[in-house]
Design a protein around this ligand. Structure first.
Ligand SMILES: *[C@@H]1O[C@H](CO)[C@@H](O)[C@H](O)[C@H]1NC(C)=O
Ligand SMILES: *[C@@H]1O[C@H](CO)[C@@H](O)[C@H](O)[C@H]1NC(C)=O
Ligand SMILES: *[C@@H]1O[C@H](CO)[C@@H](O)[C@H](O)[C@H]1NC(C)=O
Ligand SMILES: *[C@@H]1O[C@H](CO)[C@@H](O)[C@H](O)[C@H]1NC(C)=O
Ligand SMILES: *[C@@H]1O[C@H](CO)[C@@H](O)[C@H](O)[C@H]1NC(C)=O
Ligand SMILES: *[C@@H]1O[C@H](CO)[C@@H](O)[C@H](O)[C@H]1NC(C)=O
Ligand SMILES: *[C@@H]1O[C@H](CO)[C@@H](O)[C@H](O)[C@H]1NC(C)=O
Ligand SMILES: *[C@@H]1O[C@H](CO)[C@@H](O)[C@H](O)[C@H]1NC(C)=O
Ligand SMILES: *[C@@H]1O[C@H](CO)[C@@H](O)[C@H](O)[C@H]1NC(C)=O
Length: 474
């Protein structure tokens, strides 16, 4: 690990100087060697399976942000992980060089979490005992910590960020939102290692299927993986297309690993179509039939599904003459019933078409939106939010999550729920707001994007969780 390496270099430099530091360096090395060993995938089944809980639906959650901002330093959630200069700790104070190096990247007001790791040398043994092996951890329990090593990529090191998520390229100036890492409580979770991830998917198809929030996560994954690629030309889209909002069908090939990272857009997972109602042909949703692209998802080795925020009253035409089963169009059907039927259609498809021996299936829980003073279509905003929500904020749940939970439980195929709802709800700071478009394309200040996420940003954490799941259930 990088940490380990940089520390051992440092410790030799200081070797002749302070004996105490050497000994703490050794403890430090041992501590991280143990973490490395532990990070090997050794467990078989079940332990790391989690996540069947109520989750937040994008359409039902709109957190009131007006009084929730707090500075990272003042936050009760975060204070324990930030280096506080007034705290007298033998480890960090005596090694100015080390301290400097980790601050080096930019002038962080908040010092790197690495300092804290250093401090833990003193009682490394104790900490080692307390921390659980990753497969025993509940990844939904944790806190956001400021990490000067973040982000994992930038707008210049990743060519795949499309305009909608490229906040920095669109003029967003504050950059703190990129620097938060989700730290799982009492857990020895390894950092994301792009090389290792690419090795895990060597010769395989990693396929994201869902709405634009899944496109968000898919682009994040492309960016994260791209950092480990030596020759950029060895990564290309199958039909050489650039990513745009309009097209919904991409396959990026990482030639050195003979793998593809694909995305198929489908808002509902089930089939959108048209049917004759009276004299007119109108849009309907076939809740009993899969989306037309489903044949192309078959044979994927890792499938990551989502669907959530299109299931709203507005987008489903209030359920009037919209939902269709066979030839029958329901004159009126409530969204929960339709959602459940659609998910059952999806689950039958998975049970019938997916071989659990070859394919790992994930369903990502709903990502929260954070509109204030209105909804996405009525002047809602989130521009003033540039801090995380504080600890008093409690993640909320929706009926749709319970439906997802019920459906997953009844399936034959094991499906892992990527439970990102709660941790994402704190991240009110990370939406594009007005920076979802280039300044010259901004038509109206009234329309803000408080649903998607800037990249780099929160979806990187979802992918880190995906990585941890893949590492530890083999
Ligand atoms: C990342 O994984 C690769 C392959 O498993 C390994 O060689 C490398 O040392 C890892 N890097 C870090 C920083 O742990
Ligand atoms: C999903 O995460 C939320 C909070 O983030 C938690 O309350 C819930 O219990 C989690 N679900 C499961 C099955 O762990
Ligand atoms: C929220 O914060 C604003 C400004 O920080 C303040 O004017 C307002 O009174 C606060 N509202 C509540 C309900 O605390
Ligand atoms: C946290 O936010 C709530 C409102 O969401 C506010 O009432 C409370 O005072 C805040 N706490 C701190 C410590 O800022
Ligand atoms: C934050 O710091 C205060 C004072 O140092 C301490 O009392 C409190 O327990 C800390 N909070 C957490 C969550 O560690
Ligand atoms: C820090 O600790 C050392 C010895 O442990 C002591 O000499 C020094 O005064 C302390 N500094 C502060 C600011 O408390
Ligand atoms: C990255 O963002 C900066 C603004 O912070 C901008 O100047 C630069 O052009 C962007 N790079 C790309 C490749 O978009
Ligand atoms: C996806 O790509 C295939 C192959 O080019 C094409 O036949 C198909 O129509 C595309 N589907 C969509 C939804 O764009
Ligand atoms: C947010 O909360 C404040 C005070 O708690 C309230 O006055 C305001 O109407 C709320 N805004 C929204 C959009 O719910």
């Amino acid at each position: 690990m990088e940490k380990q390496r940089s520390f051992s270099v440092k410790s030799t430099r200081f070797l002749g100087l302070i004996i105490a530091i050497i000994s703490s360096a050794i403890v430090f090395l041992i501590f991280f060697s143990i973490s490395l060993l532990k990070s090997n995938p050794t467990t078989s089944e079940a332990n790391f399976q989690i996540d069947l809980s109520p989750i937040a639906s994008i359409s039902e959650i709109s957190n009131n942000i007006s009084n929730s901002s707090i500075s990272p330093k003042a936050s009760p959630i975060l204070n324990s992980t930030h280096f506080n200069p007034s705290v007298n700790t033998s480890g960090s104070e005596k090694i100015p060089g080390f301290d400097q190096k980790i601050r080096g990247k930019e002038e962080d007001k908040v010092t790197s979490i690495k300092v804290i790791e250093l401090r833990s040398n003193n009682n490394g043994e104790e900490i080692k005992k307390k921390k659980m092996r990753i497969e025993e951890c509940d990844v939904t329990k944790g806190k956001w910590v400021y990490d000067s090593d973040y982000p994992l990529y930038t707008n210049t090191s990743c060519p795949f960020i499309d305009e909608g998520f490229g906040c920095q390229s669109n003029g967003r100036l504050d950059l703190d939102y990129m620097k938060w890492r989700w730290e799982i409580q009492d857990c020895d979770a390894p950092r994301f290692n792009a090389t290792r991830m690419l090795e895990m998917i060597r010769g395989k198809r990693l396929v994201f299927v869902g709405d634009s929030i899944n496109r968000n996560q898919w682009e994040s994954m492309l960016c994260m993986l791209f950092q480990a690629v030596k020759d950029p030309k060895r990564v290309y889209e199958a039909r050489n297309r650039r990513i745009t909002k309009e097209k919904g069908n991409y396959s990026f090939r990482f030639a050195d690993y003979k793998c593809t990272v694909e995305f198929y857009v489908t808002h509902f997972l089930v089939r959108e179509g048209k049917a004759r109602i009276g004299k007119k042909r109108k849009e309907t949703l076939r809740i009993d039939a899969m989306d037309r692209t489903s044949s192309r998802w078959k044979g994927a080795n890792i499938l990551v599904f989502n669907t959530a925020h299109w299931w709203s009253h507005y987008k489903t035409k209030s359920g009037i003459n919209y939902y269709q089963e066979g030839d029958q169009i329901h004159p009126k059907l409530d969204v929960s019933t339709a959602f459940k039927k659609a998910l059952q259609t999806w689950s039958s498809w998975v049970d019938k078409n997916v071989d659990p021996k070859k394919t790992r299936v994930f369903f990502r829980s709903a990502a929260p939106s954070h509109f204030s003073g209105g909804e996405w279509n009525s002047g809602g905003h989130c521009r003033e939010a540039n801090k995380l929500l504080n600890q008093t904020f409690k993640p909320s749940y929706s009926g749709k999550n319970i439906i997802v939970e019920e459906v997953l439980k009844q399936m034959k195929t094991p499906v892992t729920l990527l439970n990102v709802s709660g941790l994402s709800q704190y991240r009110i700071d990370s939406h594009p707001s007005i920076y979802g478009t280039k300044p010259e394309n901004r038509r109206s200040k009234a329309v803000q994007d408080c649903s998607h996420w800037c990249l780099p940003g929160v979806p990187d954490t979802w992918n880190h969780l995906l990585y941890l799941h893949l590492l530890h259930k083999r």
